[in-house]
Design a protein around this ligand. Sequence first.
Ligand SMILES: *Cc1c(COP(=O)(O)O)cnc(C)c1O
Length: 373
Amino acid sequence: MTYKVPFVDLSKQYQALQFEIMPVIEDVLFQRADLIMQKDLVQFEKNMASFLGVKYVVGLNSGTDAMRFSLLAAGIGKGDEVITVAHTFAATIAVIVHCGATPVLVDVSDDYNMDMPELEKAITPRTKAIIPVHLNGRICDMTRLFNIAKKYNLIVIEDAAQALGATFEGKMAGSFGLTGCFSLYPMKSLGGIGDGGMLSTDNEEIAKKARRLGDHGYNRPRRDILFFGYNSRLDNFNAAILNVKLNHFSKWIERRREIADMYRKGLADIPNLILPHFDDPSYFDTYQNYVIRTQNRDELVSHLEKRGVETLISWPQPVYKYPSLKLEHYHLPKTEQLCKEVVSLPINTEITDEQVEYVIKCVKEFCLQHVRF
Ligand SMILES: *Cc1c(COP(=O)(O)O)cnc(C)c1O
């Protein structure tokens, strides 16, 4: 079906950039055929390091591998416990399992990010690391998180897949921990032309190790093999396109924040509707997703569907409810409640003010019919 307001509209984004992207295709593909580990990738990594305010950025093929290599490079493995949230994409938990460590899941609080008292309760003598997830473009409370991490001497690896450009006390997501892990998947706020990811760090050894992990264990340029590695590189052509898009990124973040503000004003004071605004000037949120909460979520989604508004429910149930994953012993009340109540409204750089107003009108129309007294 064609929506009046689609959740994303990537062809519209590429059309708007057509005149900047065509010369890149001509140059990188037709003239140079520079496809693997070439100057566009080096340039992208430099651009990103300066954007994030970190020393090193390593381009990889996914955010998932950025996290997996972070854990491996930090020496985490069998017998270690790594704490993260249950209210996240399965990949955050998968990487812990793939490294041979044990995932320990904790609940989230009202801003959808890790609950700090729950984090502290989950620490055992085997805990080695924490993976905070900066969900929906909002950073976790890094002051409290680092107080806990320091007290127990734990490594922090940030899942910043949804938070490129977000800041806490003026510092960028991905610049707090040993590493920051980002996804450049097409639907992320800075999306490539296919899968992609990157790892940020100030630690030279970790940067080197992560790059070698993703490049067959090679010690370039000599090509000695230092260990058995994997194949996980950010394609040079993808990096070249991402360099073009990065020039627009700050403007895109501003636009997302503008749309979030329109939703905030348009949907204020509606009973039974919780909006994702958590007033605190320490945070600069980038709204990778605009997630609202209501007890009539499923009815709201079908109402919007009928009106031509496409929405997204990221996780209809907590990851630990899938029996094959063998995490069924968890019961995290907030996570379970959120899975039933949250839905993301369209927010992207292609959507027009008129479309946002239309979404607001449709949500209001529904809510006013379903007021519970
Ligand atoms: C997208 C995402 C990932 C995974 O990134 P990929 O690049 O798809 O591997 C991990 N964690 C979160 C929170 C994400 O949203």
